[in-house]
Design a protein around this ligand. Sequence first.
Ligand code: AMP
Ligand code: GLY
Length: 431
Amino acid sequence: MKVLVVGSGGREHALAWGLTRSPSVSEVFVGPGNPGIKLPARTVALEASEPNAVVELANELDIDLVIVGPEVPLVNGVVDAVQASGRHAFGPTAAGARLEGSKAWMKEVLAGAGVPTAAHGSFTDAATAATFLNTLEGLYVVKTDGLAAGKGVLVTESEEEALLAVHDYLSGEAFGDAGRTVVIEEGLRGPELSLLVICNGDPDAAVALAPAQDFKRIHDLDHGPNTGGMGAYSPVPIVGPEMVSQVMATAVTPTLHSLAASGIEYRGVLYAGIMLTADGPKVLEYNVRFGDPECQAVVPRLTTDLGELCWASATGATLPEVKFRDEACVTVVLASENYPGSPRTGDVIEGLTAAQEVPDTAIFHAGTTLRVRDGALLTAGGRVLAVTAWGPQIADARSRAYECAKLISWPGVQYRTDIAQLAAKMPSAQF
Ligand code: AMP
Ligand code: GLY
């Protein structure tokens, strides 16, 4: 089977890595991909968010399966367009992708399906929003309704700061049109869980991948603003199979049934962002794609053929059993100076050759480019590289990931030093 992966980040690099190791897949193309993606996978120029461009490329290459990585092409209807052209695509149609494209709508779906989640209100005017904020206590959460690359969420103990954010979002200054509706939530507390669930359109057939945990804030000890994710690991010692079943039964399955009842046959990945509160697991958000960097920590553990899994999901066939290596994976993201603000770019990345020699690691590119004049590898975005390492225990994978990360440098490089630190000290989890 010939596969086209749509996207250019670390997640798409990890998907290509997994697909080139899938016996069911004969050729892997990534459009537009990035300089880290090497043979046997091939990169091809593509305007990834443009449904017609994806269809044209799939026709040109005679692709059997298009796998859509990021949320924007999904929200724009890439899957609908590929299906209409008579080919198969992995991911939800635009109607299902709205779960991520509109947080206000997602909260309505959750309420309709009776899924535990934070109390909330959706607002388009500051005065009503301020009144609602006043009813909350302790921890305030302000989110853009629309897509904001993981940066549109403020969690604060200051009502004043929350109110300022409401004004910035609603005015369009902070996030353009994505912020013209805001979702305000009560703050929940507890450890988080990212559960990536593969769906084939049958709400009762969805299958969870191994649990992962993401590190959203830019600095150690969860300080600083939210990012797209600064690191991840899998398995998660505090999340065993019973917790996964509970999240499936109380959140994922009812959500899929509720979508089905409104005519949406959901396929692809449903990523449940869960907070494990004292009152049980609650949904923080749904994403409609693999998490980035969770994908980089989960795919290398997968022993099931990734191509076969995505094919079954896309075509509505019975999903194969998903199996994982016992080894743990830890992923550390290396970011540019000033990320998640506007990042410094264009610096030469040093040390990659030595880093690539560290055994049991994979270095996934996210924001890199090649300098035309001499082919030097340059930083080209906020999140630049994701270093994944594996080992028998989380502690082994962790020390290897950092050993590898330390060899790589450029001016202003930043990464968290506490990815999987607590988990590495806990008794190991098997999943
Ligand atoms: P979201 O994009 O909605 O998942 O939010 C990004 C991050 O913000 C989450 O991973 C949490 O760390 C945090 N967050 C979101 N909603 C809440 C909430 N209601 N209470 C506490 N933290 C939250
Ligand atoms: N790592 C969080 C996300 O992919 O949204």
